[in-house]
Design a protein around this ligand. Structure first.
Ligand SMILES: C[S@@+](CC[C@H](N)C(=O)[O-])C[C@H]1O[C@@H](n2cnc3c(N)ncnc32)[C@H](O)[C@@H]1O
Length: 279
């Protein structure tokens, strides 16, 4: 295949001697995409266990902090700046079997409510996109890491297939800072803050494929179609913010599926700064 589309398929080829049903069957075969919870295997590989403290920054309602407490027996601190997240989180944590290991602290990545060198792992899943000053944010993460500690980052980045107009709309509707979609910007800031990349998994579309296959995510294409066709009524019913966020989130997942966005997991190491400071 040329890739520059200068060699069009002919009508004779398009309707020629090939088996449509066999092609559909080939595309029905799963590629065994990794689900989003596979990120906790990355945490497991770092050896997190009882006695460790992990920090879930941008932890929303503490769901992942609870998951890590349950799986690893560690203590987990979940930090989030949005009062509604913390309110819902308190109910969730109080009702959970492993809630005694989890603490919710209102706060932000720009000023993490934790002592220097106090956590074994900083877990930042799908939240750095909201951050204006990434250098400040990563420096704060490094400050709280104990010697030998790691930071696990899950983030979604733009690929060259994302058009600037698409990027503008997507960022505006999902409270995303455009620079945060840049791999080059992220990796330069990682280096500038003294972290180094220990491991990188480029997941591409896997998480969204997995949730589509499992039937645990909505049909994003259908959502966009309805948001477009019934715009005025849905704007009236849902309100402008909900309408825009639902539209943005659906596009976000569709773009991940079709390669305009790709997800990545970085394991960063940076706890040495604190080792040096203590020595
Ligand atoms: C897409 S959600 C991800 C939540 C969770 N980490 C997850 O993976 O499901 C982004 C989260 O980042 C939080 N957030 C936004 N700005 C933040 C900041 N400056 N510091 C810490 N968290 C922030 C939001 O409140 C929200 O809970």
């Amino acid at each position: 295949m040329s890739g520059d589309w200068s060699n069009p398929v002919t009508v004779a080829e398009m309707y020629g001697d090939w088996d449509y049903d066999a092609a559909v069957a080939a595309l029905d075969r799963s590629l065994s995409p990794r689900p989003s919870v596979a990120i906790f295997d990355v945490v497991a590989a770092l050896g997190v266990g009882p006695g460790d403290v992990v920090l879930d920054i941008g932890g929303r309602e503490g769901e992942h902090a609870l998951l890590m407490a349950e799986r690893f027996g560690c203590r987990a601190i979940s930090v989030d700046p949005v009062p509604a997240n913390n309110d819902r989180g308190r109910v969730l944590v109080a009702a959970h079997e492993f809630g005694r290991l989890v603490e919710l602290r209102p706060g932000s990545i720009e000023q993490i409510p934790a002592d220097d060198a106090s956590v074994r792992l900083v877990f930042a899943r799908d939240m750095l996109g909201h951050i204006e000053d990434l250098e400040l944010a990563l420096s704060e993460c490094r400050r709280v890491l104990a010697p030998g500690g790691h930071m696990v980052v899950f983030e979604v980045f733009a690929t060259p297939m994302l058009h600037p107009d698409e990027e503008r709309r997507l960022c505006a509707d999902t409270a995303t800072v455009p620079e945060r979609l840049s791999v080059a910007n992220f990796e330069a800031t990682v280096a500038a803050t003294g972290f180094s990349v220990e491991r990188l998994d480029v997941l591409g579309s896997e998480h969204v494929e997995a949730s589509q296959e499992a039937g645990t995510a909505p049909n994003y294409l259908l959502q966009v179609s309805r948001l477009r066709r019934d715009r005025e009524r849905l704007l009236d019913e849902l309100g402008e913010t909900t309408y825009r966020v639902m539209y943005g989130n659906a596009l976000w997942s569709i773009y991940r599926l079709i390669g305009k966005l790709e997800s990545r997991i970085y394991v960063l190491c940076g706890g040495e700064r604190n080792a040096a400071r203590r020595a």
